[in-house]
Write a protein that binds this ligand. Structure first.
Ligand code: B12
Length: 285
């Protein structure tokens, strides 16, 4: 009996020791040499606990602060395949919708592992963070961040659900005027806040549109961000024709928050939702 009892107490003691031993073991899938080819991929790498494994990044990878000091191997036009090969990464983080595909195919053909960090829906952000964390030495960091994100998203959604729609136009550049159609980043951020995209059903993801098309569509809000050519003065002559201009509903969003699907998207949602609420409040008699 004594033997059984002492074994039982010892066994209870052994369980936590075993768990601790498992935690000490490093993740066999952990990446040691990571390269990111887009600003959003860089931010997501840090969220997933991979920041200290980054060797090189894309231009505009400026968040968090530590990313600014890293070597640059890509921009919106090109990827420096030669340099990437020389750096011998064991994981490349890419952006399917934004990086040129040919060099990526080249890298894959050479045997490099490529993970795409794209998000079309906001729910993709925590999924990507959780998936990426599987390459981290401590997956718990990313899993926790993903859970926090999902929780915060749910409470924002509950708050802004069933709001009256507000017709908006998001101006990505001024010459030519480029916007985004529904189903492409960041259209879903506006949709979550009850925004109704005047170019929702355009046949291309980032259509070039004419000024007259915008005027005819009568947006109640014009959003811009310091992204490409930034010019809101072009709407001035339309003061009497466009509700957004007439009511001074021309707002500049924080470019890094709205244009990158990352943890900071939650900040973009808050910003957009608050602006759309202002429009709704003014509608009240
Ligand atoms: C549409 C657009 C976007 C869309 C991207 C569409 C997508 N693929 O999901 C959105 C709004 C998401 C976006 C985001 C950003 N963009 Co942008 N974008 C443009 C814009 C206005 C048009 C591009 C286009 O449609 N070209 C036509 C198609 C046929 O050519 P393409 O080569 O296939 O275009 C693709 C690339 O340009 C890519 N792309 C777009 N922006 C960026 C940024 C980087 C760093 C990379 C690697 C790729 C990339 O997406 C395009 C469409 O698939 C250009 C300005 C311009 N007039 O070219 C800026 C431009 C390319 N973007 C730019 C920047 C800085 C950004 C951001 C870093 C802004 C920010 N503050 O966060 C983010 C990065 C997002 C991320 N994921 O990390 C810069 C790039 C400068 C550089 N030297 O690298 C440009 C040139 C604007 C400028 N003059 O400053 N962008």
């Amino acid at each position: 009996m004594f033997k059984i009892l002492s074994c039982l107490s010892l066994c209870y003691l052994l369980v936590p020791i075993q768990v601790l031993a498992q935690q000490d073991e490093t993740n066999p899938n952990a990446a040691q040499r990571v390269i990111s080819l887009a600003p959003s991929s860089t931010e997501l790498a840090y969220s997933a606990g991979l920041g200290d494994k980054l060797l090189a990044v894309s231009e505009y990878s400026d968040y968090p602060e530590q990313a600014k000091g890293l070597e640059r191997v890509a921009n919106y036009k090109s990827i420096n395949v030669e340099r990437i090969v020389a750096l011998k990464p064991d994981l490349i983080l890419a952006w399917r919708a934004g990086n040129p595909q040919k060099p990526l195919e080249q890298l894959k053909a050479l045997g490099f592992a490529v993970y795409y960090t794209d998000s079309k829906a906001i729910e993709d952000i925590p999924r990507v963070i959780a998936e990426l964390s599987q390459y981290s030495e401590n997956p718990e960091v990313g899993i926790q961040k993903a859970e926090n994100f999902t929780q915060q998203l749910q409470s924002i959604k509950a708050h802004y659900q069933q709001q009256q729609p507000v017709r908006y136009f998001y101006q990505l550049s001024a010459a030519p005027i480029i916007t985004v159609s529904d189903g492409n980043w960041p259209a879903e951020v506006f949709a979550l806040c009850g925004g109704e995209n005047i170019f929702a059903h355009s046949s291309v993801p980032y259509p070039q549109v004419g000024l007259e098309q915008v005027v005819v569509a009568q947006p109640e809000v014009l959003f811009t961000s310091y992204h490409d050519t930034y010019d809101v003065a072009l709407w001035k002559p339309w003061e009497n024709q466009v509700p957004a201009v007439k009511n001074q509903h021309i707002w500049t969003l924080t470019a890094d928050w709205i244009n990158r699907p990352t943890e900071r998207t939650l900040l973009a949602i808050e910003q957009v939702c608050q602006y759309l609420d202002q429009v709704r409040r003014k509608r009240l008699p």
